[in-house]
Write a protein of this length. Structure first.
Length: 227
């Protein structure tokens, strides 16, 4: 049965908020463990979604994606990290960057594991809970894959910066000023131009959506969900 717009929103809002805000909280918590208290002092090492929500990136853009079939991409307010305060700046900057995507993969696993108890919920909540968990599993994988694209300021870009030799890392880090423009063009402008001719083969499809499906299917298989 096709869901109404309100029903669609109701089974996406919680997965999106949890995926994006816990992603950012994980960055702050990792930075705190590794010596930087900046996020802690600014109240960002918190599980309170209100501290992390960005009205556009956490609510509007994912909401439009769910309702209109646009690319499912989102973000929260970036957690401030003072990389020079980390005990081992180059190594720890990589660990802080990885904390967000790793958290999303763990959330996807938890969401899939919760399928079993959700199957036994009373009828009025059964389908709603299963839709939430299915969306949570998929969206968390999508967010992890998206953030591991090696373009700063995404986490993948920060990981690559920390792994490159210092001379190359400095030059690569300068790309950050153009990073958002590159991502916007790649995942919104290019698909818009290609839609009449190449609808299912946009950069979003190959770089994010298809890899996310492979990863989600692999996790599900490991957890015992047969094809």
């Amino acid at each position: 049965m096709e869901l109404t717009a309100v029903q669609t929103f109701s089974v996406w809002i919680l997965p999106v908020i949890f995926a994006i805000t816990l992603h950012e909280a994980a960055h702050g918590f990792a930075a705190l463990l590794l010596g930087d208290r900046t996020a802690k002092l600014m109240g960002r090492v918190s599980l309170n979604p209100i501290r992390h929500i960005d009205p556009v990136g956490t609510v509007l853009l994912p909401g439009l994606g769910a309702l209109l079939g646009m690319p499912m991409i989102g973000w929260a307010k970036p957690v401030p990290v003072n990389f020079t305060a980390l005990r081992h700046p180059r190594r720890d900057s990589v660990l802080v960057a990885l904390a967000g995507p790793v958290t999303n993969i763990l959330l996807a696993i938890v969401s899939m594991l919760l399928f079993y108890p959700a199957l036994h919920l009373p009828a009025p909540f059964h389908d709603w809970a299963l839709n939430n968990l299915r969306n949570s599993a998929l969206f968390n994988v999508v967010i992890a894959v998206f953030n591991m694209i090696p373009i700063p300021p995404l986490d993948g870009g920060r990981v690559l910066t920390g792994l490159l030799p210092p001379s190359l890392a400095v030059r690569f880090a300068r790309l950050e000023r153009y990073g958002l423009a590159i991502l916007f063009g790649l995942f919104f402008i290019v698909p818009l131009l290609l839609t009449p001719f190449w609808n299912d083969y946009s950069p979003y499809y190959w770089v994010i959506w298809q890899p996310s499906l492979w990863i989600a299917t692999g996790i599900a298989s490991l957890l015992g969900f047969g094809a």
